[in-house]
Design a protein around this ligand. Structure first.
Ligand code: AMP
Length: 178
């Protein structure tokens, strides 16, 4: 499928749900993509093409970052490392706190699964404010690896998440921009 056709088909497939989970949020429901294996395959090919030959491993953010992240890593034949919410991983792990709209959260990664000096793709399904992705990138840097790329299925441009990722000096790609 051509790139414009892929974008058009995704736009027709992803559902926008207004005021979920809170008033004012335009929730992007990506689950209909998984009803169409060919479309899913084309998404993985597009995201994998962005990173081919440029990364040594892929880190995906719980939980929707796994839906595409693992398949990207398999397509690239590189390791996949899970970034999980606090309390899910056995030790040893490294942790990073980050601020949410109200309060804060924390993510963790098993120690030693990424190696110092490796070029890492940090992947999530959707870039909103960038807070989650920024915290994930800090976890990568804490272990001496290099964040060389960020990729997303969707970026919500109005929230300027990409500005928050500028300090990492990494390439940023999103297949769809709203
Ligand atoms: P943020 O840290 O603000 O960039 O939020 C990114 C995370 O929140 C991603 O893992 C998304 O899955 C989820 N998310 C944020 N906003 C939306 C939205 N409008 N629709 C669907 N998921 C969202």
């Amino acid at each position: 499928m051509s790139h414009p056709d892929l974008i058009r088909q995704l736009e027709n497939t992803i559902e926008n749900i207004a005021d979920f989970p809170k008033p004012g949020i335009q929730f992007k429901d990506i689950t209909p993509i998984f009803l169409n294996p060919k479309l899913y395959e084309d998404v993985i090919e597009d995201l994998a093409n962005f990173s081919r030959g440029k990364v040594d491993a892929v880190c995906g953010i719980e939980s929707r970052g796994y839906l595409f992240g693992i398949a990207i890593a398999v397509a690239l034949q590189v390791p996949f490392i899970l970034i999980r919410k606090k309390g899910k991983l056995p030790p040893p792990f490294v942790a990073q706190k980050y601020d949410l709209e109200y309060g804060s959260s924390e993510i963790e990664m098993r120690t030693g699964q990424i190696k110092p000096g490796q070029r890492i793709l940090v992947h999530d399904d959707l870039l909103a404010t960038g807070g989650t992705t920024e915290a994930a990138a800090r976890l990568v840097e804490k272990q001496g690896a290099i964040v060389s790329q960020f990729s997303f299925l969707i970026a919500l441009k109005a929230l300027n998440g990409d500005q928050r990722l500028q300090p990492f000096n990494a390439e940023i790609y999103s297949l769809l921009n709203y």
